[in-house]
Ligand binder design. Structure first.
Ligand code: NAI
Length: 694
């Protein structure tokens, strides 16, 4: 039963009961309307209380009904709210914990609202590229005032109920038992008699509404350049201010229907659901038992090890940090301390918290100190022989059932697992640099990795607030394997006629946080060089431009050497185009006998993005990624792909696979075209008018 109906001393209590957050699915909506009718028909009932069971009043739309016919089936939320407003007997919404989105709109349809302190009140639709579609933009300003309402609607951020206690949103802030308080409130309301107040009849008061709306518009223009929804939120509120409730409501509806269709909203919803979907692994049921993780071990206190340790310290888990030499250990600890000090200075962390976190680290030079760890993550040098030495020692000291993880970015995890007698306990946890900041975590599932090990690490990832995506074992896993093809295209385009600054500019205008050359300068050009040298040996048939090798031969390793694809002033990160590099590129084209041509920005973007798509398709075919949205999550969380485009695979869906394949065939006919054989999955989908994200 989605809505429970009981009578308590002449008051009908409608309890929403649709776990986990009383989403307003069809059965719930129907239950509310029926309950209101039943209460109105019952001569013994004098008032109605609407309350939520469990963890929330209501979290809003039922996300399991998204994109299904049930989402729009009558009674819609609009109809439910009308039924509340029209009730001849007073309706009191009793709010605890969460009233968000449709849940808040529902409460705004009641005659009265009382709230428990600490309830989170929000209209978060804007975060999905939408606006509140059931009167939120019209009713909220009428109770909390124009400024507070606009801030809430445009930001989507939750506000605790006690902060809104002085507004007309709440008739009472209820300490103690919420239902008791609601029942007594409802009785008093019935005693006073009707007509009962409706939010829609209130006025929006503001001394200078027009001025404030303009002010809000200016603020949004700066932060929401690529997203239409915040602008529409303001438009809808303004309509209500200027033309009244009914017109405002109709306009809100119109805007909602238009926004649902925008690629930006589709991208945001894709990211929202994709993140949740990434946590679900098809052959690992959600009730798979997990191991208890209370103590962490980290081996290697270098660039990655320190950042990895911080993730766990931040979550309150003690970390044993192991190094081979005291000075390396001291350096690693000093870096962690410096990071926390910087956060304290910026006011993001209290000194007390910083001290608490530092106190959770136990530095050591001895493997025996890892004996109690439940999870040990290795971040030592990227050499198989070093990994072998580490995992053989771990096998000796780690307790039975401990999870042994590697942060390797290029080595074969199955090989690493084979150094132990417990390969089912071995897993990859591929963090991104800086590991304490970057959201992405690729969880690498080896051939023998236990399902409970995988489930445990996925759960832990949530605890340390990472976007975790499962990847199979292959060179580069999901993210780096795809980026290699993207960089390969960027280099081809250099020899064909483009220059680094042009390529970076084009892809940055598409929305990438950083173009490939600025990115390589930041990461260090020697890293790619080492990978290419391995490729030349292992896959001599694979065609590569050698122009980046020339750059490395000039000693231009990037920011760390003050020179890379760009020139850098000492101590600064601003990239300025380098004449020496541009001359080298032009000379290199000449040596290869290539006649340089003008390459348009459109071609640059298409070749870079579609190279990701093509490799992504192969990754899906091979089962390295479980679903297309997983790939998109990797690119959104770890590679600066523009959020409003939803990731490379959704982008391909948006332009259509037919067009994607045609473009690939076109590039296949050009010089360097050998990189452009469309993946089988691309061809199949193009023929069937299909999508990666069906
Ligand atoms: P790093 O050179 O900064 O740190 C490695 C640390 O491991 C050094 O402090 C070294 O003293 C220590 N170490 C070496 N052998 C050891 C042993 N036998 N026992 C204990 N400690 C030992 O290297 P970085 O960049 O932190 O990389 C570590 C791992 O993380 C590598 O596998 C790398 O591929 C991977 N990785 C690196 C990323 C990056 O952006 N730097 C990104 C993702 C993964």
């Amino acid at each position: 039963m989605a809505v429970d109906y009981t009578i308590r001393g002449g008051v009908a209590v409608l309890t929403l009961d649709n776990p986990p957050v009383n989403g307003l699915g069809h059965a719930t909506r129907l239950g509310i309307v029926e309950g209101i009718e039943r209460a109105n028909d019952d001569a013994d009932v004098r008032a109605i209380v609407l309350i939520g069971a469990g963890k929330a009043f209501s979290g809003g739309a039922d996300i399991t009904e998204f994109n299904t016919p049930k989402a729009t089936q009558e009674p819609t939320l609009m109809t439910v709210i009308k039924a509340l407003e029209a009730s001849a007997k007073p309706v009191v919404a009793a709010i605890h914990a969460v009233a968000m989105g449709g849940g808040l709109e529902l409460a705004l349809g009641a005659h009265y609202r009382i709230a428990a302190p600490g309830a989170q009140i929000a209209l978060p639709e804007v975060k999905l590229g939408l606006l509140p579609g059931a009167g939120g933009t019209q009713r909220l300003p009428r109770v909390v005032g124009l400024e507070t309402a606009l801030n809430m609607i445009v930001s989507g951020a939750p506000v605790p109920s006690e902060k809104l206690a002085q507004t007309a949103l709440f008739d009472e802030l209820a300490e103690g038992d919420l239902l008791d308080r609601a029942l007594s409130f409802a009785n008093r309301a019935a005693d006073r008699g009707g007509p009962y107040p409706k939010v829609r009849d209130r006025k929006i008061e503001h001394p200078n509404a027009e001025g404030f709306i303009q002010f809000a518009r200016n603020g949004v223009a700066a932060v929401a350049k690529h997203f239409p929804a915040p602008h529409k939120c303001i438009d809808a509120v303004e309509k209500g201010v200027k033309e009244g409730f009914e017109r405002g409501l109709a306009f809100e509806r119109e805007c909602f229907l238009a926004l649902v269709q925008t690629p930006e909203s589709r991208a945001l919803r894709h990211a929202f659901f994709g993140e949740r979907a990434a946590a679900k692994i098809s052959d690992v049921p959600s009730n798979t038992p997990v191991r208890k993780i209370e103590r962490i071990g980290v081996i290697g206190a270098g660039t990655m090890g320190g950042g990895i340790a911080m993730n766990f310290l931040n979550a309150g888990l003690p970390v044993v940090l192991l190094e081979t030499k005291q000075d390396a250990l001291d350096r690693g600890l000093a870096t962690i301390r410096r990071n926390y000090e910087a956060q304290v200075k910026k006011g993001k962390l209290t000194q007390e918290k910083a001290d608490e976190r530092m106190a959770l680290i136990a530095p050591t030079l001895s493997y025996s100190d890892l004996a109690q760890a439940d999870l040990i993550i290795e971040a030592v040098f990227e050499e198989l022989s070093v990994k072998e030495q580490v995992f053989r020692q771990l096998d000796e000291v780690a307790k039975p059932g401990a999870i042994l993880a590697s942060n390797t970015s290029t080595l074969n995890l199955d090989k690493i697992a084979s150094f132990t007698k417990r390969p089912d306990d071995v897993i990859g946890m591929h963090f991104f640099s800086p590991a304490n900041v970057m959201k992405l975590l690729e969880v690498v599932r080896g051939e023998k990795t236990g399902k409970d090990v995988l489930a445990t690490v996925m759960q832990l990832a949530k605890k340390i607030r990472k976007t975790a995506v499962v990847s199979g074992v292959c060179d580069g896993f999901i993210g780096n394997r795809m980026i290699e093809q993207y960089i390969r295209q960027a280099l081809f385009m250099l020899e064909e006629g483009a220059l680094p600054a042009q390529i970076d500019r084009a892809i940055e205008s598409f929305g990438f946080a950083m173009g490939p050359f600025r990115m390589s300068d930041l990461a260090g050009n020697d890293i790619g060089w080492a990978i290419r040298k391995r490729r030349y040996r292992e896959q001599p048939e694979l065609h590569y431009s050698r122009v980046a090798d020339r750059l490395c031969e000039m000693g231009r390793f990037g920011q760390k050497t003050g020179a890379g694809w760009y020139d850098y002033q000492p101590g600064k990160r601003d990239a300025s185009p380098s004449k020496a590099v541009d001359d080298m590129i032009v000379a290199y084209s000449g040596e290869c006998g290539i006649e340089r041509r003008m390459i348009g920005d459109e071609e640059i973007v298409e070749r870079l993005v579609l190279s990701l798509v093509n490799e992504g398709a192969k990754i899906l075919e091979e089962g390295i990624a479980g679903k297309a949205s997983d790939i998109d999550m990797v690119y959104l969380a770890g590679y600066g792909f523009p959020l409003w485009r939803g990731g490379p695979m959704l982008y391909a869906d948006t332009i259509g696979l037919y067009n994607v394949e045609r473009a690939m065939r076109k590039y296949a006919r050009q010089p360097n075209g050998q990189a452009w054989r469309p993946a089988a999955r691309v061809t199949e989908l193009a023929a069937a008018d299909g999508r990666f994200n069906a």
